[in-house]
Write a protein of this length. Structure first.
Length: 298
């Protein structure tokens, strides 16, 4: 006797959830990276998590500058810089300045898969024996020392000079334009250091013949509802990407008045053409007539 058949659907696995994601996992033996759940499930920006996972997947020695990251991701320099700034105080990213034997200073970047792990000089470094990780103190990061931020100026006189003194050397008209932006939009409040950085670009616009009202309109028209970075970065982008107006042409030299040209007349004696105000005789005929009158008088 043949076995009985049924068209009823197979019962779902008892362990499958009624809703939500169902993982279909594959055991990888190569080309994979171990990521902690604390990083993968980190609350906040998805760009920050993506940048961190991408850096962890790179081999040691790979470039991770903002330029290199922007070439890989479609996000711009502002979002990438913000992601790096979020990873540094969280303990994933550390930037150290080291002096070589030649006296040159280089910057080395360390990325931790788990915040609080041993640093590059600890027992778990490549040069030391592996030991269980121990908590470490998070590095204190200043806002001016953003990780891998190529748009930040190099350490120099600007960091040692006070913002107020740097602002005193700027064009006062350009500074007045920048400080007045907050009247149009209260979010456009600039610090003294930010105003000192933007003042030279505004001074170029003023020197090109653009008025303060036109510059204010350029910097404040169609502002986004939310700034993803400091307003100074947005203003610097507009000043840098907007082309300067074409300077007006130089005024032509004053025209030199040309003497009036007398009309042509036909000589009544020899019928030659000559220039004069009224019809009559040419110079030769006049001289001949004068000579004849002198002879007749003599």
């Amino acid at each position: 006797m043949a076995d009985s058949q049924s068209n009823a659907r197979l019962r779902a696995d008892a362990g499958a959830p009624a809703s939500g994601v169902i993982h279909v996992r594959t055991r990888l033996t190569a080309d994979f990276t171990v990521i902690s759940n604390a990083l993968a499930q980190r609350r906040g920006s998805a760009v920050t998590v993506g940048v961190a996972v991408y850096i962890l997947s790179l081999p040691t020695g790979a470039p991770v500058t903002i330029t290199a990251l922007c070439e890989h991701f479609s996000e711009g320099e502002i979002l990438i810089s913000r992601a790096l700034r979020e990873l540094e105080p969280a303990g994933y990213l550390e930037r150290r300045r080291e002096r070589l034997a030649s006296g040159q200073i280089r910057t080395r970047t360390y990325f931790y898969d788990v915040p609080g792990g041993d640093g590059p000089d600890g027992p778990n470094s490549p040069d030391g024996p592996p030991t269980p990780s121990r908590p470490r103190e998070r590095p204190v990061v200043r806002e001016t020392a953003s990780p891998l931020r190529e748009v930040a100026p190099a350490p120099g006189a600007e960091e040692t000079e006070s913002p107020v003194s740097a602002l005193a050397d700027c064009d006062p008209k350009a500074v007045a334009v920048l400080t007045a932006l907050r009247r149009v939009d209260p979010r456009l409040v600039l610090s003294a250091r930010e105003a000192a950085r933007l003042a030279p670009a505004v001074a170029e616009w003023l020197a090109a013949g653009v008025g303060a009202h036109e510059i204010t309109e350029l910097l404040t028209v169609r502002l986004p509802d939310r700034f993803r970075a400091r307003p100074a970065s947005f203003l610097a982008f507009r000043l840098r990407e907007t082309p300067l107006p074409v300077p007006p042409p130089a005024p032509l030299p004053p025209a030199v008045e040309r003497p009036a040209v007398l009309p042509f007349q036909t000589c009544d004696g020899c019928e030659r053409a000559f220039r004069a105000h009224e019809p009559g005789h040419c110079r030769s005929c006049r001289d001949h007539l004068v000579g004849e009158r002198l002879c007749a008088a003599g």
